[in-house]
Design a protein around this ligand. Structure first.
Ligand SMILES: *Cc1c(COP(=O)(O)O)cnc(C)c1O
Length: 217
């Protein structure tokens, strides 16, 4: 495991890309081994599992919520979550803001975009994104901070298609940044790429990748 980790990490470091180690379904011992090798960013997609692991693991881990998040579960992760990648509605954002306000903190979030051809994946399209960013309700939120976008490419062997989807997201990211976040030097995270396609994502402009199976197998 360590040699794979080291190789991936050095490739990503060269490109100044942050590695989120996706540890869902993996036992604590495997997370600890990666922690001991220096990894601090971990991603989980289920709230209950992330809570259980957060309680057991060292306190300086940065926990990333990467899976679909139900509104009624936000309160469980709000005190310590580092970044929520999977925000895809104004209602969810309002709940995150509400819980963050109670804790007197600001919770960093990414908006999840739907870029794959599969129907089943969550996320906003470009029109919904624009609507959200322009809505008066959004502009009132003081305890969330949108730091960028997240997306998942189609599961396909067709690298060309994957590249087009990632490049499209990068273009949208640039456009949204210059239109809505021009003064905001913290809108700088583009979370895209997993085990099978992270190199394509990095070549297309990702600043953060989410890798699971490749690291833990
Ligand atoms: C599981 C998961 C990943 C990591 O997938 P691997 O193929 O194991 O690298 C990345 N992002 C999300 C949203 C996931 O659910």
């Amino acid at each position: 495991m360590n040699s794979t980790y080291t190789a991936i990490k050095s490739y990503l470091d060269q490109h100044k890309v942050t590695l989120v180690a996706v540890s869902k379904t993996r036992p604590i011992e495997q997370l600890q081994a990666l922690y001991d090798a220096g990894q601090r960013d971990f991603g989980e997609n289920r709230v209950q599992e992330m809570r259980d692991k957060q309680a057991l693991m060292p306190a300086d881990i940065r926990w990333h919520q990467i899976g679909h998040l139900q509104r009624n579960k936000v309160k469980y992760i709000a005190p310590w979550v580092h970044l929520i990648h999977s925000v895809d509605s104004l209602e969810l954002l309002e709940e995150i803001n509400f819980q963050a306000a109670k804790l007197n903190r600001v919770i960093p979030c990414l908006l999840q975009m739907h870029i794959a051809e599969e129907e089943t994946k969550f996320g906003l399209d470009a029109d919904e994104l624009t609507q959200l960013l322009q809505s008066p309700r959004f502009l009132e939120l003081r305890n969330i901070h949108i730091q960028g976008l997240m997306g998942m490419a189609t599961q396909t062997e067709n690298e060309h298609q994957i590249r087009l989807e990632f490049e499209g997201l990068k273009q949208l990211f640039n456009q949204i940044k210059s239109t809505y976040f021009n003064q905001d030097d913290q809108f700088q995270i583009l979370s895209m790429g997993m085990s099978s396609d992270y190199r394509i994502a990095v070549e297309s402009g990702a600043t953060m990748v989410r890798i699971g199976s490749l690291l833990f197998n």
